[in-house]
Design a protein around this ligand. Sequence first.
Ligand code: GDP
Ligand code: MG
Length: 170
Amino acid sequence: RSGFAALIGRPNVGKSTLLNQLTGEKIAIVSPKPQTTRNRILGVVTRPEGQVAFIDTPGIHQAKGELNRYMVETALQAAEEVDLVLFVIESVPGEKPEIGPGNRMILERLQRIGKPTFLVINKIDAIPKALVLPLIERYRNEFPFAEVVPISAREGDGVDRLFQAVLGHL
Ligand code: GDP
Ligand code: MG
C-alpha cells in the first residue's frame, strides 16, 4: 500500500511535531509561534507494510494580508491533491468542548473538498483522559470522519496506530 496524506489544521495544533514524530526526523520546524510552517513539507515514511508521503502544511486561519492568505491556500490545495486528509486539532480542557470558529471554517472547506478525512486529536498528554470522549462525540456530529485517532505527537502515543489506520485507507 502507498499514498499521500496531508496534515491540515489551525496554527499550533502540532502538525509539524506529528510529521517529525512520524518520520523520526526533525524535518519540520516546531515552534509555539504561529505561522512557522510557511510551505509544504514532505516526509516519507517507509515500513514493510507500506509507504506514506505526509505533507505538512501552514496553519489555516482567518488570514489577513497577502502572504497569510497565500499560505492558507497552499494548505487547502494540498488537501485537494492527497488521498487522505488528516485534520489535526488539539485537545481542549472543559467537559463541554466547543468546536470554535477556526475549526468550523476548516471543516466547511474540507466538506467541499470531499476527501476521506481523519480526525486527529493531538496533545492528549495535556488533558485528562475522560475529556477525550466528549470531544470525539462533539466532532463526530459535525463531520463524517473516516477515523478518529487521539494522539500525543510530542510523546509519540497513538502515532503508530495512526500510521496503520492511514495505510488501511490507502
Ligand atoms: P503546528 O503549527 O501545527 O505545526 O504546531 P507545532 O508542531 O509547531 O507545535 C506547536 C506547539 O505545540 C509547540 O510548542 C509544540 O511543542 C506543541 N506540541 C505539539 N505536539 C504536542 C503534544 O502532543 N503535546 C503537547 N503538550 N504539546 C505539543
Ligand atoms: Mg507547523
